[in-house]
Write a new protein. Sequence first.
Length: 513
Amino acid sequence: MAILLDKRDDGSVALLIDGDLQFDSRDERIYHEALALPALAISERRKPGKRKALIIGGGDGLTARELLKSETIASIDLVDYDAGVISLAQVELKEINGGSLSDPRITIHIEDAWKFVEKAIGLGTTYDIAMVDLTVAQDASGAKFHSMDWYAMLARLLANDGLLAANGVSPSATPSAYWSVYNSMVVAGLCGLPYRIFVPSFAQMGYGYDWGFLLGSPTRINAQELDDELVLPAPRQILMDPAQIRQLFEFPAELFEHQSKAMPARLGSEILLHYFYNSKEIAPRRLSTWNALAADLTALSIPEPDTGEYLLPPEIRACLTETGDNANFEQTLFERVLNLMPALNRFQTRQLVSEFLEEPAAFLEAIDLGGLVERLLRRAAELPGKLVEELKLLRDKLSEWSGNYLSLLDTGMRVMTIVTAVVVLGNLLYPDAAYGKGEHGGGGHGGDHGGHGGDHGDHGGRGDHGDRGDRGDRGDRGDRGFGGRGFGNRGFDHHWGHWGAWGGGWGARGGWA
């Protein structure tokens, strides 16, 4: 993991991990006051006396700085797996975090957060306040920290009147991902309140116009608890009064519309990653608003959780099922898989897809197509039935095939459609083995595809990104799809000509043309 502390001439600093902005000292108080102070203020209003706090992540000491403003904080357990960040916070960031990590009320635990929470539950430990300052998942190991299972464990750690505040994602940039996290919290048994704030440095990095947080508690958080009698810990630079805090709970109506469709995630699901990398940013508008404090949150509609049982995301499975009996199934499927190719895996870029479309024969020569088909069929239970039928037909076709990829490409649209689907699915199952190009894979780029034939084992690596994830869009948002931002209509039409003859049709009995 690469840690970079960018020191500027004006005295400001920015912390980046693996190229992702963690904070910029010029506006970090917006983020950290918004994360910590509303929950702390409500907790103090609910319960007099001393309180015990937990911080998950937050190794930079900035969330701890906010909690330590209150004399009611008796102790803080701070859990961060990265000793390097802790060391940096204790020395280089000491002036920014106010020396928070040297405060005698803090106990630092350098260990995995999941294991720490499991151990704390086993010991019967409870907290009055919990802050989750982890960042957005970029892989399955990070996604579990936004799952129902994670929030259910945190709920067990909270006192009955306890407060949880968690970092989310950008509601405007990735609305489905944001509401998936919120729905996961609610289904896990916590009464949740969504809110958001504008963080200039995040917006400048392309992470989204706004940034989202979530409040949670075993006991419902009422709007009255945020009235003008709310006392905010001082000193403050951003959140000046309760009225300003109440404004954070207002959302443009078009953002809230995604709530009822965003699936919560169980442990093992990658639905959050799918939402995150396949979202379309919504420009902020003020035509109408939805206010979380005024809404009846108990009446919200929440979809069934995604369990991770299936290889394809649920809406894609539904789409393939719906078109399965359509006479234009092969064309529809072809368009779907091309649209999905850069979206389902974060290392599938426009450049990679462009190469596949420009030189499909050379691309396919680099993989064991028959072996990949067999592997997919072994996981047939995870795929739509119609797609399994097509895979079986392709397997039969390959048994008659001479090995010339150009001849395979000339057999017609139906063959090309399912071959394209196999490439996409292959990358989902074995992302580095299926492609292995560029900086994240094990093979070369362009025409150099060495080392990718045979069994599709573990070729190349993605690198150790850890569990921190990021607060934003890890890269060019245009890579998420074709629809108007990636290849769009122009690029898509331009590349169709490279697929050879498209005259193949359906056989008399549904076989290959």
